[in-house]
Write a protein that binds this ligand. Structure first.
Ligand code: DX5
Ligand code: ZN
Length: 228
């Protein structure tokens, strides 16, 4: 599974977030979305410190790695990402996204991730200005724009935060993925794709539905209407 990579920019990717899945049946949940045709899955890591919620860490991801060949897109909502990054890479994540608000030496972290064969993403909270990532974003493989306050699933997309995608896309050009996380569904997907996003995280809109394949297809169809 060492060959798994973040897909090259230029395609729309729907990325299910496990936050709304059944954590007791994670391997099966991943198999279901894989069968529905997704290439990536979004692993939300929360430490109860950077955000007021706690989810999973490297031991769970390492076990899950044995059951899935999806690209593991990890979103570290943790303090001190530099301290823990290597353990996530060893556990098998393929992309690691850290918060600019939490990183002390983001350039160094990106360099290390690349040296470990892992792509790097940087993300910013809804109230954090896009300018805060201007030196770091060009070094990354992906920029994640948070469109809800991180910590919980099934929130409503914040329209002003979503508009930041336009500025981020201008900043990074076409070669770097721009991912959006929070409140993506068939209604909001075309809006953020219109702003320039190509990587759409969806938790509740996929794992909150009993027919995951239909839920993914509905988002994909809605997003494609913008690009066709
Ligand atoms: C929120 C997480 C998201 C979350 C999105 O802190 O980073 O990935 O799962 O959930 P939805 O799609 O339900 O808004
Ligand atoms: Zn996330």
């Amino acid at each position: 599974m060492g060959q798994l990579r973040l897909p090259k920019a230029g395609t729309i990717e729907i990325v299910p977030s496990i936050l709304s899945s059944d954590f007791a049946r994670l391997a099966d949940e991943l198999a279901q979305v894989k069968a529905a045709g997704v290439r990536m899955v979004h692993l939300d890591v929360m430490d109860g410190h950077f955000v007021p919620n706690i989810t999973i860490g490297p031991p769970v991801i390492a076990k899950l790695r044995k059951h899935s060949d999806l690209v593991f897109d990890s979103h570290l909502m943790i303090s001190e990402p530099e301290e823990y990054a290597e353990r996530f890479v060893e556990a098998g994540v393929n992309n690691l996204t850290f918060h600019i608000e939490a990183a002390k030496r983001p350039e160094k972290l990106i360099e290390k991730l690349h040296s470990w064969g892992c792509t790097a993403g940087v993300t910013l909270n809804p109230e954090t200005p896009v300018d805060s990532i201007k030196d770091v974003a060009p070094l990354c493989d992906m920029v994640l724009v948070m469109t809800v306050e991180p910590g919980f699933g099934a929130q409503t997309m914040m329209p002003e935060a979503a508009k930041k995608v336009v500025k981020v896309r201008e900043m990074v050009g076409p070669e770097i993925r721009v991912e959006v996380d929070g409140g993506i569904n068939p209604e909001t997907a075309p809006i953020v794709v219109g702003y320039g996003a190509d990587t759409l995280v969806a938790g509740d809109a996929i794992f909150g539905k009993s027919d995951r394949a239909a839920a993914i297809e509905a988002i994909r169809k809605a997003a494609k209407l913008t690009t066709d």
